[in-house]
Design a protein around this ligand. Structure first.
Ligand code: NCD
Ligand code: ZN
Length: 335
């Protein structure tokens, strides 16, 4: 049976939540990953040094071992330089949400007034703190990411030394933007390497495939696959695994978010193997992120095997993507 070993896999966009949900989901990521960039969209969001430290402690208390590094983030507001200097050593990045764009993004940026943001973004640039961005406008749902490209350009041009990460990109337009500015990078989820809008609403409606940004067109999927399978040095894996309780997904007003944490590495192996690109997976799931963020994660060696894995129906009260279905690869060992 074919096997494949990954060294120090990282997930550079992960929602761990809090409370009972944190206890359910954090061990699943900590098991197979060396670290993850933890999103700050709790209710209320993570906006102070105390919030960051306390949340990190709750995460560490929820994982069964020390071989997992939660890289912390702060929810973007127009912070002053003194504050950022003080918090810098506790965080790896600041995450910007447009107000109301997605789950728990209230209090995010209302309008992209570069002058109002200048002090914060220049301070981040000086301190070497990357800016992670949920890049969607309030426009028509299929166009929101493409419309946001002009805002990425504005940010990239005005703050040339600021590392800007286009989170969970879903379009050909975003892929093309990567090579236009030295300081633009991107994360890609595993579900956006598998789904188009057809898999969300083309047949029976699939709430467990519904997330922001919504999966797009076949040509967008192809562009994402190309850049991920080549492990373009400016792209990294970020699952955007976003757990919601079953009753919030299988409901009127279904919450946005796909829960992939327990199956992400297996699915990535399956995809990369299918295109005969397994050799590039290491860069996509770890090496690129290490260079972009300048991090040196805990050692972990994860061996996957091409053996069927039947995805559990639920983890706690969360239904994962592909619940009850068989996927082609399993985790064999973690050392
Ligand atoms: C995320 C969540 O549930 O927190 N939801 C999602 O659809 N991806 C937020 C986000 O990253 O947009
Ligand atoms: Zn997210």
């Amino acid at each position: 049976m074919k096997t494949h070993t990954l060294i120090m896999p990282l997930d550079m966009h992960l929602h761990l939540r809090d409370g009972v949900m944190l206890e359910t989901v954090a061990p699943l990521s900590a098991y197979s990953l060396s670290g993850a960039l933890v999103m700050p969209n709790l209710v209320p969001p993570v906006t102070s040094k105390e919030d960051v430290k306390a949340y990190k402690e709750r995460i560490m208390a929820a994982v069964p071992n020390d071989y997992f590094e939660p890289y912390m983030t702060l929810f973007y507001k127009n912070y002053d330089k003194a504050f950022l200097e003080d918090v810098a050593e506790e965080i790896l990045a600041v995450k910007l949400y447009p107000d109301g764009a997605t789950t728990n993004s209230d209090g995010g940026v209302k309008d992209f007034d570069i002058e109002a943001m200048r002090e914060t973004l220049e301070a981040m640039s000086d301190l070497g703190i990357p800016l992670c961005v949920h890049g969607e406008t309030a426009g028509f749902v299929m166009d929101r990411e493409s419309e946001f490209m002009s805002i990425y350009e504005l940010l990239a041009k005005n703050f040339p030394d600021l590392k800007i990460i286009m989170e969970h990109i879903t379009t050909k337009d975003a892929v093309e933007m990567l090579d236009k500015y030295d300081n633009l990078y991107a994360t890609i989820t595993v579900h956006h390497l598998l789904l188009t809008l057809d898999d969300v609403i083309g047949g029976m409606m699939m709430p467990h495939h519904f997330c922001k940004p919504i999966a797009k067109r076949p040509e967008d999927l192809d562009a994402l696959l190309n850049v991920a399978l080549e492990a373009h040095p400016k792209v990294m894996f970020g699952s955007d695994s976003a757990p919601h309780p079953q009753n919030k997904k299988e409901a009127s007003h279904c919450a946005a978010g796909v829960f992939t944490a327990p199956i992400a590495l297996q699915l990535l192996c399956e995809i990369f193997d299918q295109y005969d690109k397994l050799d590039n997976l290491q860069a996509f799931v770890s090496d690129n992120a290490q260079s972009i963020y300048g991090i040196c994660p805990e050692f972990k060696e994860v061996t996957l095997v091409q053996k069927e894995f039947v995805v559990p129906e639920k983890y706690g009260n969360v239904v994962p993507m592909y619940a009850g279905s068989a996927i082609g690869w399993s985790i064999e060992s973690v050392e």
